[in-house]
Design a binder for this molecule. Sequence first.
Ligand code: SF4
Length: 327
Amino acid sequence: MSKLDALFQRDTEDLAQEAQRITRQYWGRAISLFAPLYISNFCENACVYCGFSSRMHIKREKLTPEQIDAECKALAATGIQNVLLLTGESHIKSPLSYLIEAVEIAKKYFPNIAVEVQPMDTDDYRQLVAAGVDGMTCFQETYDEALYPSLHPKGRKHDYRYRLGTPYRAAEAGIRRVGFGALLGLNDWRPEVEALFAHVADVENRFPGTDIAISFPRLLPIEGALVKPKPISDEVLVRIMCIARILFPRVCITLSTRENARFRDNVLPIMVTQISAASATTVGGYARPRVDHDGQFAPSDERSLAEVKKMLITKGYDPVFTDWRRL
Ligand code: SF4
């Protein structure tokens, strides 16, 4: 029996106790906070499960430099110091030059800047690092190479292998923290999780100096999507996250506002080390919250940053707004 099989056979309480012990040992009681900031929702891909897909008739917008500045200012005023800049994936609408410009603006407000944009070549990532990026995220979505093309029928994302190689190129370029994961609910969860863990182990072995972050987003049903999410129960998700912590003690485990407040508060002490808070998932959603836009998904946890911070302190955790600064 493999180590993974043995872990999957253990009961949930037992897994949770071990995961919590490891989390305390390696991470103490620190929980980092970050927020996403959408600067564009143009996308050249047609992922069949996403509201930003090029086949969806939504209002599209790309923020101007002035609007990016206003958006950063509004988010920074809430106290957030760790920002994740997001776009749809478009080499035409959000090319490298646009992203570098956005990073240069964001630098005025945030010491930590990560990006979740189209996968790039190593040299492009190097330019982002030089501009001030210290983290990136790129989800593989599904590790099933046979299923992948039907879920990503159009655009550069159709190339499974290029996407799979993205964390390696980013790490090679010197990005400090590399994030990836599978979108749970596109496929049966067990093979996805096994493949994700193999991916994490390989990146960890080849780039021991790079921080790795993983998360386990559950696909949410959206209007117009061509696939229905395969259900993943709360208990299954908790078990997966516990096993991730046991296998990878030093990996950052992120939990977003896709999950509701009750679930987040319950699992937080067990294995989570980073959470998003008070997230706007629309373009320009902090400076112009009333502008009519479709978000990439509707956050389930709608608490303010102050409420999340209070919850952490009440539970005995240290909310960490930045743990790294570029010299
Ligand atoms: S998942 Fe990303 S790449 Fe795919 S359609 Fe949505 S925004 Fe574009």
